[in-house]
Design a binder for this molecule. Structure first.
Ligand code: EPZ
Length: 447
């Protein structure tokens, strides 16, 4: 792990830990739904309004991708007005796609709308190689001619009417992105498409509901078999994104790790069944106060537990790092097994810098609970790792300085502002003030 150079002036988070939190958190719209709904708006030759859109770097980037394709997009508060009737470009710029993997999902709607799409390969990221073979194979099954040349996926529909054909597609893995790409492509195809072993995530269901609100014919979203009957075109829509279940999970862990009672709304409790079950196994109580409000009540004990990440409705990989931070302070041992991504343990070394006792072997991490963590300078390696370091910093003794905030800003809508409202001692400071003053602090050896 390379620590940023002393002359790195990018802002850092400074957290003084050990404070209880209290109050209510307002949950933002889901990043992983907003991004794919923006891609889905390309299917529509009229205008769309998408509401409850979080303010995130990734959303801004997806907006740039759509603009580069000739789409008019404006933001007003938490709503996006998207007008894709003048969609003209079939090629997405590498410099944008390479910074936002999710922008690759536009290949489905673009191909379905224009009959041609040229999208740079998104490439790997900190958590894994992230191939797109399932997306490509599914589009080929629907009659597209797909070639990968010079790092770009060239897809076009041969023939005069340039329309994809319905097909029966079995996904080797219930990939969220591949399910979303193929479901979008199939909405305008000629005939019926059946996606088998499809992903069942709530964001997939939200996308299906968005497309249906535009006139698409989709059945079975949320199960492992989705049936899409193609239609000639889709119409305008006004749609609100679901709440972000990963943000909810992150704040539930903030309550458990600081032993604080917190309320969260709006929430869809059913989206968090696996997360809530693990919090209860650890000893926290999670109460459904209303159909859309949850309360976390810390327990007297914090037990160890084992977690294996799986596709939905299994335990979400996007909550793995946050739970690892929590389990570092449990009265026992825990084993976390990451099965979805091959390289999602970047937070381990940084948590150990804070006095945790975590050993890894392949995709397994053995966490031996310790009585306390200590503040230290740490570096975020990816989005959810950054959240785990914030949570550890809230519980730690002393000051934690987190570098690499560009990861955090990709997926959390004003996390430190919301935490501050709950009483956290957290602030964003210019790199040199924080890092220097703390990086000279010795790292406390594990007692
Ligand atoms: C989505 O990524 C989310 N991103 C991820 O959230 C989330 O971790 C992931 O689903 C799993 O839940 C968005 O929705 C924008 P996958 P996606 O395709 O669609 C392999 C976060 O922190 N695979 O379900 O890219 C792949 O390598 C992010 O918010 C293939 O082999 O995930 C991985 O090991 C991180 N071939 C596994 O499947 C393919 O063609 C799951 O990937 C596609 C995927």
């Amino acid at each position: 792990m390379t620590h940023s150079s002393p002359e790195d002036r990018s802002p850092v988070l400074e957290i003084i830990g050990g404070h209880r939190l209290s109050g209510e958190v307002r949950i933002s719209g889901a990043k992983n739904s907003a991004l794919v709904l923006m891609a889905g708006s390309l299917l529509c030759s009229q205008d769309c309004r998408i509401r409850n859109v979080p303010s995130l770097a990734d959303v801004a980037r997806m907006g740039e991708v759509l603009s580069a394709l000739g789409v008019k997009i404006t933001r007003k508060d938490d709503a996006l007005e998207i007008d894709a009737r003048h969609l003209s470009q079939s090629k997405a710029p590498y410099e944008l796609v390479s910074q936002l993997r999710a922008s690759f999902f536009i290949i489905g709607p673009l191909l379905a709308r224009l009959g041609i799409a040229r999208i740079p390969l998104p490439g790997g990221c900190a958590i894994g190689a992230r191939p797109v073979d399932l997306h490509v194979r599914g589009l080929q099954a629907m009659g597209a001619d797909v070639q990968i040349e010079h790092g770009t996926v060239h897809a076009c529909i041969p023939g005069v009417n340039r329309r994809l054909k319905g097909a029966r597609i079995y996904l080797d893995y219930p990939s969220v992105g591949a399910t979303e790409t193929l479901m979008m492509a199939a909405t305008l195809a000629d005939g019926e498409t059946i996606l088998e072993n499809a992903a069942q995530e709530p964001e997939v269901v939200d996308l299906a509901n968005f497309c249906r609100a535009m006139g698409a014919r989709i059945r079975g979203a949320g199960t492992n078999t989705i049936v899409i009957s193609g239609v000639p075109s889709l119409h305008s829509v006004d749609y609100a994104v679901i709440p972000d279940r990963v943000e909810v999970g992150t704040f539930l862990v903030a309550g458990a790790i600081t032993q604080s009672e917190l309320s969260l709304a709006p929430v869809v409790p059913d989206h968090l069944t696996a997360v809530i079950a693990k919090l209860r196994a650890i000893g926290s109580e999670v109460v459904q106060e209303t159909p859309s409000r949850l309360r976390i009540v810390p327990g007297t004990s914090r037990l160890g537990t084992d977690i294996e990440t799986l596709p939905y409705p299994g335990f979400p990989t996007d909550m793995q790092a946050q739970f690892m931070a929590l389990l570092t302070l449990s009265e026992g041992d825990s084993i976390i097994t990451e099965t979805v991504f091959e390289n999602r343990m970047g937070h381990v070394a940084e948590l150990n810098r804070m006095g945790a006792d975590i050993r890894t072997k392949g995709n397994h991490a053995v966490i031996r609970g310790v009585p306390f963590l200590t503040g230290a300078p740490v570096v975020a390696t990816d989005l959810r790792a950054s959240a785990a370091l914030v949570l550890a910093g809230l519980a730690a003794r002393g000051t934690t300085i987190i570098q690499g905030l560009h990861h955090l800003d990709r997926g959390y809508d004003d996390l430190e502002g919301k935490l501050k409202l709950l009483g956290a001692q957290i602030r964003r400071v210019k790199g040199d003030t924080g890092a220097e003053s703390v990086s000279s602090l010795p790292v406390m050896p594990r007692s």
